[in-house]
Design a protein around this ligand. Sequence first.
Ligand SMILES: NC(=O)c1ccc[n+]([C@@H]2O[C@H](COP(=O)([O-])OP(=O)(O)OC[C@H]3O[C@@H](n4cnc5c(N)ncnc54)[C@H](O)[C@@H]3O)[C@@H](O)[C@H]2O)c1
Length: 256
Amino acid sequence: MQRVLITGAAKGIGRGVAEAFAAQGAKLVLMDVDAAGLEGAAAALAGKAAAVEICVGSVASLADCNRAAALAQSRFGGLDVLSHNAGIQTYGTVESTDEALWDRTLDVNLKGAFLVSKACMPMIRASRGNVVHISSVQGVASQAGVTAYSVSKHGLIGLVRSMAVDYAPYGVRVNGIAPGSVDTPLLRNAVDAAPDPAAVYAEIDGMHPLGRMAAPSEIASVVVFLASDNASFITGEVVRVDGGMRARLGGSPKTQ
Ligand SMILES: NC(=O)c1ccc[n+]([C@@H]2O[C@H](COP(=O)([O-])OP(=O)(O)OC[C@H]3O[C@@H](n4cnc5c(N)ncnc54)[C@H](O)[C@@H]3O)[C@@H](O)[C@H]2O)c1
């Protein structure tokens, strides 16, 4: 039975990951800044997961990350899996991103991944467990106007690789996922604020050769796979789960 700490567990992908691990009978520590969302997630998962603990806190705070890790230690005696999903979407070019937005984005998306890893690695090392970080397709390429976000997601892939190398001698695996568009509150909040949301949803669907965005469960199932013994020789990898988005060259000139 795996003991799993899941960040960003109140909503979206993290919530989907929590549901997927609960279906495996795992013991869960759910961490998020959204207290009400965490309560709701924990209530929904009670009776499915073997146990659910919640920690209201920010991954951008080492003290909060240490509190979440301590909960896993005190309630479950350790940790087998860190599933890090917490993240924020921000927008701007180098010129239009002010210093505070840059700092906030990097603090949550990149430093947060470092801090929660720092808090959890002693337990993960002890259990010869593993880590799955959620990056993005914006960690391997970039759309327009997402400088800080894209940089944070590129950095996260560097963290995956450096952790994989450092912890392989301990039998610990560290992997990442680069999702395409996923139907979550993060995406819906951004699209619904646009002047013509329907057109944006259609454009997003069309960016993926499969013609649609993903459900959170389609990312969560890959997290569960990477965290399982079925992935026992996979480490330092970042799996694209993007409906073929990065497989396609841009443009389709009608030459035939
Ligand atoms: N939705 C997408 O299309 C998409 C695509 C690629 C990658 N991602 C990445 O997947 C991850 C999850 O995104 P999502 O779409 O589920 O977002 P979401 O906003 O729906 O959920 C993210 C959760 O993280 C929590 N969170 C935010 N800041 C936090 C902090 N400092 N500490 C702890 N929790 C915090 C939020 O409260 C929320 O519950 C993010 O890292 C995001 O960048 C999302």
